[in-house]
Design a protein. Structure first.
Length: 331
């Protein structure tokens, strides 16, 4: 009876050790590649989507008022509310305007007026992404200012302390002219057709003639007559300031007009140093976002690999225990 009991006990211990060994081997063989592949896939997906977002929100220009507000002031409170409302609204519509703190129950210094607008051919999801990007950058480009405007390639965000909504303003905000074209009668004929068509736009218009393309747009708060007046001025500036340029952009305060030869747009321009500062800020924001996520991923990978090493140690220990048991119990 005693020998039979000992034999059953040895068989039971041997069976438990064999099961432990198989369990440890499973983790040893599969956990490491799973962690590496999933982490690399997530990292690749993030940077791919981040690059697409940066490409759809290229910096064009910014403008900041000279006067600044104090932190924790009524204006800052209303500004934060305004920016939150802009981000929320952009997921529903391509344009909206706002007025906060402008009634008699609020202090006059807290009044703020603002708007956003996306390019007319943008999908709602892309509009929302562009506006969110602009809102996240405007405070960096224009810190603590009573007025700011940030124009990205596909959207505009603007706010002021005074009411500017619906009031025609054709002041020049930005121009860009590419290299000139000479002795190309066909190009000039198509260019003139496109520019002439853009001048009659109401809201947003895309125009194409031959190898020349272009589009123009007014802000949503302008009347039909004011939009026509603004675009006429923009087209006039295109022709007078950029002459025979193969591509040109003119942005006024409340409208813009652009044209280019298909498949080409020269990156050289006579943009001001302020534009380069804004571009640098936009790039830094994107880089910092990428670095932050990379650090989080690195920390995650280290923790995961630490768990794998712990499993390996348990596997080694269990293997040693099994070897010891085999020496004690050879059958």
């Amino acid at each position: 009876m005693k020998e039979g009991t000992i034999g059953k006990r040895r068989k039971k211990q041997k069976k438990m050790l064999t099961s432990l060994s198989q369990h440890s081997t499973y983790h040893h063989n599969t956990t490491i590649p799973t962690v590496k592949l999933s982490s690399l896939f997530f990292l690749f997906s993030f940077f791919s989507s981040h690059i697409q977002l940066v490409n759809s929100a290229i910096y064009i220009y910014s403008g900041c008022s000279q006067e600044k507000f104090q932190p924790n002031s009524p204006f800052e409170t209303n500004l934060n509310s305004l920016l939150s409302s802009i981000v929320a609204s952009a997921s529903q519509a391509s344009y909206n305007s706002f007025a906060l703190g402008n009634d008699t129950t609020n202090p006059a210094e807290g009044a703020i007026y603002g708007l956003y607008q996306c390019r007319g051919d943008l999908k709602t999801t892309d509009c929302s992404k562009c506006v969110s990007s602009a809102v996240s950058q405007v405070g960096l480009v224009c810190p603590y200012t009573y007025g700011a405007s940030l124009q990205l390639d596909a959207c505009l965000v603007r706010y002021e302390h005074i009411d500017f909504l619906g009031k025609l303003d054709t002041s020049l905000r930005y121009k860009k002219c590419s290299r000139s074209v000479s002795n190309d009668v066909e190009f000039f004929r198509h260019r003139d057709d496109v520019v002439s068509d853009l001048q009659g736009a109401i809201g947003f218009r895309v125009s194409t003639s031959g190898l020349v393309e272009g589009f123009a747009q007014c802000l949503g708060d302008l009347s039909t007559a004011d939009c026509s007046s603004c675009l006429s001025d923009a087209v006039l500036k295109l022709e007078s300031m950029c002459g025979s340029a193969e591509a040109a952009d003119v942005f006024l305060a409340q409208c813009y007009a652009r044209y280019w030869a298909s498949g080409y747009y020269d990156s050289s321009s006579d943009s001001s140093d302020d534009d380069e500062v804004g571009k640098t800020v936009a790039i830094i924001v994107g880089v910092l976002a990428g670095v932050a996520v990379f650090i989080v991923l690195l920390s995650f990978c280290r923790k995961s690999l630490g768990k794998v090493k712990k499993m390996d140690m348990e596997y080694v220990v269990s293997g040693s225990m099994q070897g010891d048991q085999k020496q004690k119990y050879p059958y």
